[in-house]
Ligand binder design. Structure first.
Ligand SMILES: [Zn+2]
Length: 338
């Protein structure tokens, strides 16, 4: 546990071993009506780590002559590595769980969680979890759900921790249900998976949406006085404007590349697996799902804009240009300005 900014504490949680370690950050905004943002993993060790951290933070604040009551917990979005610790925070630490409506199916029951990732489109890598992995990963990764007593919050809601304002923003794209918390006074954004310091945020079917993602990034650029983003993985983003602008440009470059390859394929079009092979010629099959995500989401965007059409075929969909006059620069400017 470390105080990463005045009265904001970071708890780094890690699971796995050796080369297969995976970490997530949990943030505690300490003070009267304090907030836990993201809850980390649901393993016994991580739950104990949270119990201890909350006690230690409260003790530290009290030793400074400040009253401290950590009251609320919320998750940045409904991915297992962010919400699995909520149940423990509710049951053992007595915190009130808060969530936007869109997060409910994922965090409240195993059934609705698995349903939320399934889809009828089976032409590509549409099914995020195979039915077998879907059932297996829940006990394997200690995913825990919150079946009751969740209080609904909304985009733009405001929470006061002591005399500091924290505002909720619903910024979808990585998933449909991403929220962030912004404190204008300190210029600090608790950003979830929206933007990470050294790696690109993962995008992939069935829930990511490229246009929504770029719009969300552009929105963060408009927040007054933003100075620091504390993401849920890795270290803080100390240059938010530069980092976000480069992430938006990166997504545009990738979109341009895909569009160029579809154009080059001419009337015959190009199949999804061929496109994948151009970007990742030597990929192990188990990496396919992770790496193909952004390609799929970028193609979806181009199909939605009318630039490209998708012909469903077995085993992979084929993409062709449908609007030769599509202007990516114009389309992108509209995304950023809206
Ligand atoms: Zn995520």
């Amino acid at each position: 546990m470390e105080e990463i900014a005045p009265n904001i504490f970071i708890i780094k949680q890690t699971i796995g071993f050796k080369r297969y370690k995976f970490s997530v950050n949990v943030f505690v905004v300490a003070g009267k009506n304090g907030i836990v943002f993201d809850s980390g993993f649901g393993t016994k060790k991580c739950m104990k780590q949270m119990d201890t951290a909350i006690k230690d933070i409260t003790g530290l604040m009290n030793s400074r002559g400040r009253s401290c009551s950590i009251k609320y917990a919320m998750t940045s979005h409904g991915h297992w590595d962010h919400f699995s610790g909520l149940r423990n925070l509710q049951k053992n630490c007595g915190l009130q769980i808060l969530a936007i409506k869109k997060q409910l199916p994922k965090i409240s029951s195993q059934k609705t969680y698995l349903e939320s990732f399934s889809t009828t489109d089976s032409t590509r890598t549409r099914r995020f979890f195979s039915p077998r992995f879907g059932k297996l990963h829940i006990p394997l990764l200690c995913v825990q759900f919150v079946p009751d007593n969740i209080k609904i919050i909304k985009d733009r809601d405001i929470f006061m921790v002591d005399d500091t304002v924290w505002q909720v923003f619903h910024l979808p794209g990585h998933d449909t249900d991403d929220i962030v918390l912004y404190n204008e006074k300190q210029g600090i954004l608790l950003g979830g998976d929206l933007i990470l310091r050294s790696i690109t945020s993962w995008l992939g079917p069935p829930k990511s949406d490229l246009a929504a993602y770029v719009k969300s990034l552009a929105f963060v650029l408009t927040l007054p006085d933003i100075k620091r983003i504390l993401p849920s993985h890795g270290s803080p983003v100390e240059n938010p404007h530069e980092r976000i602008s480069s992430a938006i440009d990166h997504r545009k470059d990738r979109t341009e590349q895909i569009l160029g390859l579809v154009q080059k394929a001419g009337n015959k079009g190009i199949a999804f697996n061929e496109l994948f092979g151009i970007f990742y010629p030597e990929t192990k099959s188990y990496q396919y799902k992770t790496l193909s995500g952004w390609i799929s989401v970028t193609l979806d965007y181009l199909v939605k804009t009318g630039a490209v059409c998708c012909e469903e075929s077995t085993p992979f969909a084929v993409y062709k240009i449908s609007d030769p006059n599509f202007d990516l620069n114009l389309a992108w400017d509209q995304l950023i300005c809206k």
